[in-house]
Ligand binder design. Structure first.
Ligand SMILES: *[C@@H]1O[C@H](CO)[C@@H](O)[C@H](O)[C@H]1NC(C)=O
Length: 275
C-alpha cells in the first residue's frame, strides 16, 4: 500500500484465466510488420538517414517495394497524387482495411474512447497497442503511479505505464532518447502528442465494458522478437524503463473478439486494484 499525500494507486489487470491467446504471436508480429512497413514506406523521404545505416539487401527491398507502390498508383491514374504522403490512419485503412481513432466515448462521463472510424474490423484483428514505459516487476514506479489510472499489469507482473501526461511522459521521453542510436529510434514517442505516427498506439484509451456494452476486444501480451527489423522499431510505442539488451521488449495489443463495424466503440475487460 502506498500512502503518499492521499494519492491513490491503481493498476489495470486481466485475470489469470484470460492468459490464453486469441491469436498467435506470429499473427501479431505479421500485423505489426505489415503496418509498420507501410508507415515506413509512406514516410520514405524522411528515412534517408536511416537507410544509409541499413545493409544493402534491406535497402533495396524497400526501394523495390516503393517502386511497386508508385507503379500501382500510376496505374490507378492518380498521377498528381503520386507524391502524396498519406496520414497514418489512411495507411492503417489501406493496410488492414480499417482505421481506428480516439473520440468522445459513447459511455456517459467515460471521457475518451477508441472507435472504428472507417472500414470493418474482422474477428481476430489487432486493433490497438497499449503504449507506454515498460517496468520489470522489481523496478520502482512510485511517483509515476500516483493518481495514474493508465498502468497495465501483465500476467508476469511487468507493468506498462500508458499515461501521456506528467512524470510518465517525461520518463518515456528520456528512455526514448537514451536508447536512440544516431538516427535510429528504438521506439515511437509521438503517442504522447496529438500527431500520432503509429495510429494503433491508442490502446490505453479503450474503455472497460459495462452491463450494456459487452467486451469486443481483449488484451494480449506480445514480446518483440530479436529478429524485429531495426528500422521499424521507430513505430513501437513501448520502451523499457531500464536499458536491457537481454530481455525482449514487452508489448500489449488489443485483439478483436468479433467482427466490429464502422462507428462502433471498442470495449475491453479489465479489473483494477486500488490502494
Ligand atoms: C469492468 O467491467 C467488468 C464487467 O462489467 C466489471 O466486472 C469490472 O469490475 C470492470 N472494471 C472496472 C475497473 O471497473
Amino acid at each position: 500500500k502506498v500512502g503518499f499525500a492521499g494519492g491513490s494507486w491503481t493498476l489495470r489487470y486481466v485475470p489469470e484465466e484470460s492468459k490464453d491467446k486469441v491469436i498467435s504471436d506470429e499473427d501479431v508480429l505479421g500485423t505489426l510488420l505489415k503496418v509498420f512497413q507501410a508507415l515506413f514506406l509512406n514516410d520514405f523521404d524522411k528515412q534517408s538517414e536511416i537507410l544509409t545505416m541499413l545493409p544493402e539487401p534491406v535497402k533495396s527491398k524497400y526501394q523495390d517495394l516503393l517502386a511497386l507502390e508508385h507503379q500501382r498508383v500510376t496505374l490507378l491514374e492518380n498521377r498528381h497524387q503520386q507524391q502524396n504522403i498519406l496520414k497514418p490512419e489512411e495507411i492503417l485503412y489501406k493496410t488492414l482495411g480499417f482505421s481506428v481513432a480516439r473520440a468522445t466515448s459513447s459511455l456517459i462521463s467515460a471521457g475518451k474512447g477508441v472507435f472504428v472510424t472507417k472500414g470493418l474490423v474482422p474477428k481476430g484483428a489487432v486493433v490497438s497497442m497499449y503504449p507506454g514505459t515498460v517496468y520489470q516487476k522489481y523496478e520502482p514506479i512510485f511517483f509515476q503511479s500516483i493518481g495514474n489510472p493508465f498502468i497495465f499489469r501483465c500476467l508476469d507482473g511487468v507493468l506498462i505505464d500508458g499515461n501521456d501526461k506528467g512524470i510518465s511522459k517525461v520518463v518515456y521521453r528520456s528512455c526514448n532518447g537514451r536508447d536512440q542510436l544516431g538516427p535510429l529510434k528504438m521506439s515511437d514517442s509521438t503517442w504522447l502528442t496529438s500527431e500520432i505516427n503509429n495510429p494503433l498506439a491508442v490502446g490505453q484509451y479503450v474503455n472497460n465494458c459495462s452491463n450494456d456494452r459487452a467486451a469486443n476486444v481483449c488484451y494480449q501480451e506480445f514480446d518483440v522478437p530479436a529478429v524485429f527489423p531495426i528500422e521499424l522499431k521507430q513505430y513501437l510505442p513501448n520502451i523499457a524503463y531500464s536499458y536491457d539488451k537481454q530481455s525482449p521488449l514487452r508489448c500489449v495489443v488489443l485483439v478483436a473478439l468479433r467482427d466490429i463495424n464502422q462507428g462502433e466503440e471498442f470495449f475491453s475487460n479489465y479489473y483494477t486494484i486500488v490502494s
